[in-house]
Design a protein around this ligand. Structure first.
Ligand code: FES
Ligand code: FES
Length: 162
């Protein structure tokens, strides 16, 4: 394993939202900080910084990851999806519209992480029960919505899926 001295930085190369990106990180640099401050992807929010709130969630090599609990070094060579990568494909427009209509977001601080979890969740469970949706949302702290709107929005989008 490569050892870095204090303050020493190493190039990290990864594919973010389908685009090859690279930047520099110290051994202790968190993936959330790397995405925000090295790659200027500020859509990844940072709340608790200890893996609880879910605001910093990204998709890392097809798995959900708390980017505040992941070192940038661990993402070297990886494929990452951030909120900026949720474009107009698949169910993303329907999700955005349903979140808006059901009041599933207010300040929006938690929303980037929630939407990435929903994307991953529906890929693996296209027809979830309300209980499964609530269970998935338990990984995200939202101080605004009370969650009911999120459950309704996700269920509605899932319902409309082929
Ligand atoms: S900021 Fe990463 S889980 Fe809260
Ligand atoms: S919408 Fe404000 S924290 Fe969730």
């Amino acid at each position: 394993m490569m050892r870095l001295g204090l303050g020493e930085r190493r190039r990290i190369s990864c594919t973010v939202n389908g685009v090859a990106r690279s930047g520099f990180a110290e051994g202790r640099t968190l993936l959330s900080d790397f995405l925000r401050h090295e790659l200027n992807l500020y859509g990844t929010h940072v709340g608790c910084e200890h893996g609880v709130c879910g605001a910093c969630t990204v998709i890392l090599d097809s798995r959900l990851a708390r980017s505040c609990g992941t070192l940038a070094m661990q993402a070297d060579g990886a494929e990452i999806t951030t909120i900026e990568g949720l474009g107009d494909s698949d169910r993303e427009p329907a999700l955005r519209e349903a979140f808006s209509r059901h009041g599933a977001l207010q300040c929006g601080f938690c929303t980037a992480g929630v939407l990435l979890s929903v994307k991953h969740f529906l890929q693996h469970n296209p027809k979830p029960s309300d209980g499964e949706i609530r269970d998935m949302l338990s990984g995200h702290l939202c101080r605004c919505t009370g969650y009911e709107g999120m459950v309704r929005a996700i269920a509605e989008v899932a319902e409309g899926q082929p």
